[in-house]
Design a protein. Structure first.
Length: 267
């Protein structure tokens, strides 16, 4: 089944009573009116990118790690704490020197826009928008209210991506695991909500991202089968079930639960 890609909206301040997919796709953090005030944007989903004043800014590895840490902690950090987290295998003096160098280089390429520093603490500037924070805020709001479909959400593409998946640092792993769990639960909940509103293509887009991220996650396969059945595609539902059953047997030597089989048989 093919699904059309979302198009940028022309007037993000207007929301129809029954918004289309494109109407939903707008920057989410804070409000639309305040988005224009942001001077920098930090991408942590999929890969690291920093944009200042509309330009992509090249940033060294140490500065990348510092920005990611500050974005994920979301509160001021003592300089000694940040240095110890990012450079755990060197002396305190060397770690502090590394931190000063990273701050200096950030100031050279994006002066005063991304990090606010005092003699004792550092934090990410409130003017910086962060894609991972936007998705996490949306996911939390969605999961907190099981009845409401928010009028606005981040792009489905952004919710397809994990948090800095190519990075392997001890301090980052718990954040990666927490974000991945939140993302997958959010996409499943979004699928349910869209299905209730009869928006089958978007519901399938949301849950297919979960299936691709975790091919053995039975809850996601069950939701995708329900979407196919709801839109009248019984053959597609059966074919997907058979593919899932074959994959589960071949890879894990297991069978699907009786519940998912009954879902197809009852259609």
């Amino acid at each position: 089944m093919r699904h059309s890609a979302p198009q940028p909206i022309q007037n993000p301040t207007t929301i129809e009573a029954s918004p289309t997919y494109a109407d939903n796709v707008v920057p989410l953090r804070r409000t639309v009116a305040r988005t224009a005030d942001r001077t920098a944007r930090l991408q942590l989903l999929g890969a690291f990118e920093l944009h200042c004043g509309g330009r992509r800014i090249p940033v060294g590895a140490a500065a990348q790690r510092l920005l990611a840490l500050l974005a994920l902690r979301q509160h001021p950090l003592a300089r000694a704490t940040a240095a110890g987290v990012l450079w755990p295998d060197v002396t305190d003096q060397r770690a502090q020197a590394n931190l000063r160098t990273a701050l200096y280089r950030l100031n050279q390429v994006c002066a005063g826009r991304v990090v606010e520093a005092t003699s004792h603490t550092i934090r990410l500037s409130p003017s910086v928008s962060v894609d991972a924070t936007e998705v996490a805020e949306f996911a939390t709001a969605l999961l907190d209210d099981p009845t409401r479909l928010p009028a606005r959400w981040p792009t489905i593409e952004s919710m397809h991506r994990d948090l800095l998946p190519e990075w392997d640092h001890a301090w980052l792993r718990p954040e990666q695991q927490r974000y991945r769990s939140l993302r997958l639960h959010c996409l499943e909940a979004l699928c349910d909500r869209l299905l209730q509103h009869g928006r089958f293509g978007q519901a399938a887009d949301a849950v297919l991202a979960v299936v691709h991220a975790d091919p053995f996650r039975e809850s996601a396969h069950g939701k995708l089968i329900r979407v196919y059945l709801a839109e009248g595609n019984r053959n597609e539902a059966v074919q997907h079930y058979l593919h899932y059953r074959r994959t589960l047997r071949d890879e894990l030597g297991l069978n699907p639960s009786p519940e998912i089989g009954q879902l197809v048989n009852a259609a």
